[in-house]
Design a protein around this ligand. Structure first.
Ligand code: UDX
Length: 433
C-alpha cells in the first residue's frame, strides 16, 4: 500500500516508520524544512529507543522517505494519515484542531483516485464529520472515505506498542475503507491482534476514554498512597493486593508525583469539555484532572517536610526531569511544578537528566549537571522525580559521601526503605511507612 503520513511528530514518525517496516511504501510529510533535512540525514527529532535504526533500515530499503511538499505522495496514496498535533487550546482546555483542519484542506486539494483519509491525531468526537465536510466542500468530485484510527503509543515503548498492540481500533462510516485498513494492518494478523471495527464517533471516543481511565487509575492509587501515609500502610502492597484481582489488573497502579506527558493532561481536559458541551458531564474525570494538578504542587511540600520546613539556603539535588523515563519529553512533567516551588521556598536546585535537554530552557536558575553524582554533590537532599534506569542502581556509598547529608526523597519508589536506612540514609518515599 502507498501511505502518506502528514506530521513527523512523535506519532507520525513512529507510525510511518512502522508501516514502512510492515512493507508499505511510506512518505512522511512535514512543513518544517529543517526537520525534514535532518531526517534525510538520519537525525531523529525525538529520543525514542530503536527509532533511528528502524528509520535507517526502511530508508535504506527504499520504503520510507521524507518530504516537505506532499503533492506527489498524497496524490499517489491509498491512505493519507493525519498525524499532526492537537494541543490544548490556551485558557479553555479544548483541543486545538487548527493543524488538523489545515491538513485536511491540503489533502482535499491533492487526493487523486479513491483515497482513505485517516485521523491518527487524537481528536474530539465529531472531528471526522468536520474533515469529511472540508473534503466534500473543496472537492465535490473526489472519491474518499474518512476513518478514525487512534494511536495508543507510550513514549519510550512506541515501536513495541505499534507492532504488538493490545488492539487496533478503526472507526468508519464508509465500507470502502475497510479492505484498505485491513491490508495496512495485515502483518498484525500473525500475532492475532484484535481489530475492533466501530463507527467513527465511537472510535474517536475510545481514545479519550482509554486515556481518561488510565489517568483516573493513576490518580486513584496516588490518593490511596496519601491515605497509606496517614494510616501507616504500604501502597505497594495495597496495589499488588488489588492488582491481582483480574477485574482491576496490576498496571498503572504505581504511585508517584502525578501523571504528565503529551497525552493524559491535555486529553482529560479536552474530554471534560466535550462532555460538558454534550450536557453529560464526567465528574470523575474532572476530579482526576484537579487532583493531579494539586498533587504535582504538593510534592514540593513533601520535600520541605523532609527538611523540617527549612529550605532557605539548602541545596537540593534533583534526579530526573522528563515526565517519565526513556523519553526527552518535558511536556507537563511534574518537575516543572516541583523545581520552581522548591526554589520559591529558598532552595538552590542542581539537577541531572539523561535526555531532558529542553529543561534548560524551561527551568530558570537550575544548575544542570553532567551526571547523578555531580547533581548530588554537596546536596542536603536528593529528590528522585523520574525513574530512569541509571538511578535504580546508584552506588549508595558514593551518594552518601558526596552529599552534605544523607537524605533522600524518592517520588517514584525506586528504592526500598530497608535498602536505604541501614546505610545511614533518612529515606522518604510515596505511600510507604
Ligand atoms: C499515554 C498512554 O499510555 C498511551 O496509550 C497514549 O497513546 C498516550 O498517553 P505516555 O504519555 O507516553 O502514554 O506515557 P505513560 O506510560 O502512559 O505514562 C503517563 C504518565 O503517567 C507518566 O507521567 C507516568 O510517570 C505516569 N504513570 C504511569 C504513573 O505515575 N503511574 C503509573 O502506574 C503509570
Amino acid at each position: 500500500m502507498r501511505v502518506a503520513m502528514i506530521g513527523t511528530g512523535y506519532v507520525g514518525l513512529v507510525s510511518g516508520a512502522c508501516f514502512a517496516d510492515f512493507g508499505h511504501e511510506v512518505t512522511c510529510i512535514d512543513k518544517d524544512e529543517g526537520k525534514i533535512a535532518r531526517l534525510n540525514e538520519g537525525q531523529m527529532p525525538i529520543y525514542e529507543p530503536g527509532l533511528d535504526v528502524l528509520v535507517a533500515r526502511n530508508v535504506e530499503a527504499g520504503r520510507l522517505s521524507f518530504a516537505v511538499d506532499g503533492r506527489e505522495a498524497i496524490g499517489a496514496a491509498d491512505a493519507v494519515f493525519i498525524a499532526v498535533g492537537t494541543p490544548s487550546r490556551r485558557g479553555d482546555g479544548y483541543a486545538d484542531l487548527s493543524f488538523v483542519y489545515a491538513a485536511a484542506e491540503e489533502v482535499a486539494s491533492l487526493i487523486d483516485g479513491f483515497t482513505v483519509v485517516v485521523t491518527k491525531s487524537t481528536v474530539p468526537v465529531g472531528t471526522g464529520d468536520e474533515i469529511e465536510g472540508i473534503l466534500r466542500r473543496a472537492r465535490p468530485d473526489a472519491q474518499f472515505a474518512v476513518v478514525s484510527n487512534p494511536e495508543f503509543l507510550r513514549e519510550g515503548a512506541a515501536i513495541e506498542d505499534f507492532k504488538r498492540p493490545d488492539r487496533v481500533v478503526v472507526g468508519l462510516e464508509d465500507e470502502r475503507a475497510r479492505p484498505v485498513m485491513a491490508e495496512l494492518y495485515r502483518p498484525l494478523n500473525l500475532n492475532e491482534t484484535p481489530i475492533l471495527w466501530t463507527r467513527r464517533r465511537s472510535s474517536e471516543l475510545i481514545k479519550y476514554a482509554a486515556n481518561a481511565f488510565l489517568a483516573m487509575k493513576i490518580t486513584f492509587i496516588n490518593e490511596i498512597a496519601d491515605l497509606c501515609e496517614a494510616v501507616d500502610a504500604d501502597v505497594q502492597q495495597v496495589a499488588r493486593g488489588i492488582g491481582l484481582d483480574k477485574r482491576i489488573g496490576p498496571k498503572f497502579l504505581h504511585a508517584g508525583p502525578g501523571y504528565g506527558g503529551s497525552c493524559f493532561p491535555k486529553d482529560t481536559l479536552a474530554l471534560v469539555r466535550t462532555a460538558q458541551d454534550a450536557k453529560a458531564p464526567l465528574s470523575l474525570v474532572e476530579a482526576t484532572a484537579r487532583a493531579n494538578d494539586a498533587r504535582k504542587r504538593a510534592m514540593a511540600g513533601k520535600v520541605a517536610k523532609a527538611l523540617a520546613g527549612e529550605l532557605a539556603g539548602k541545596t537540593i539535588g534533583v534526579l530526573g526531569l522528563t515526565f517519565k523515563p526513556n523519553t526527552d519529553d518535558m511536556r507537563d512533567a511534574p518537575s516543572l511544578e516541583i523545581v520552581p516551588a522548591l526554589q520559591a521556598m529558598g532552595a538552590k536546585v542542581q539537577a541531572y537528566d539523561p535526555e531532558g535537554h529542553e529543561a534548560r530552557q524551561m527551568l530558570r536558575g537550575v544548575d544542570f549537571k553532567a551526571g547523578p553524582y555531580e547533581a548530588l554533590e554537596g546536596a542536603d537532599c536528593a529528590v528522585i522525580i523520574t525513574e530512569w534506569d541509571e538511578f535504580r542502581a546508584l552506588d549508595l556509598e558514593r551518594v552518601r559521601e558526596v552529599m552534605r547529608r544523607p537524605l533522600m526523597v524518592d517520588l517514584r519508589n525506586v528504592y526500598k526503605p530497608e535498602e536505604l536506612r541501614p546505610r545511614g540514609f533518612t529515606y522518604v518515599s510515596v505511600g510507604r511507612p
